[in-house]
Design a protein around this ligand. Structure first.
Ligand SMILES: [Cu+2]
Length: 157
């Protein structure tokens, strides 16, 4: 049997770790979704699987750089057929509040919806942003979440 003090220590450690994760998730405002569940669009197209509907996000350049224009393309499909998104918009957030970064997606080429965004570099050094595509499809809300990491300023292109 371990000493009671050791058991108490482990319980407290578990509470601290659990509490830390809870606070971190809560701070993102992203519900219970963890990073691992969100498609990463830093270096490749990402596809969010929303059951019957799939939402694809494509960014360029790759990787994206802070303070430089990032071109975004979004499309939705179901069973391989394109689905029209109504009132589509995309917003960006970090774990910490970094201001409003929201723009409407407008019709582009080949059924893609497009927008341009410029994202600041967080002074904390955290490069990770979360992109949230919101729209309606056949009257029902669509919310697709992605993650991307901004490249370090001055890094190799
Ligand atoms: Cu910040």
């Amino acid at each position: 049997m371990p000493k009671p003090g050791v058991v108490l220590g482990l319980v407290i450690l578990a509470l601290v770790i659990g509490g830390g994760i809870w606070v971190r998730r809560d701070a993102t405002g992203l519900g219970s979704a963890s990073d691992a569940e969100m498609p990463d669009v830093t270096m490749a197209d990402g596809v969010a699987d929303l059951g019957a509907l799939r939402v694809t996000l494509s960014t360029s350049p790759r990787p994206p750089y802070p303070f430089e224009r990032i071109h975004l393309r979004v499309r939705a499909d179901a069973g391989g057929r394109p689905v029209a998104l109504e009132k589509p918009e995309i917003s960006f957030e970090m774990r910490m509040p970094m201001g409003e970064h929201r723009c409407a997606l407008v019709r582009g080429d080949d059924g893609w919806l497009e927008a341009d965004v410029v994202l600041p570099l967080c002074s904390s050094g955290d490069p990770r942003w979360f992109a949230v595509v919101q729209a309606k499809a056949e009257g029902r809300p669509v919310i697709a979440r992605f993650q991307l990491d901004l490249a370090k300023v001055g890094s190799e292109r």
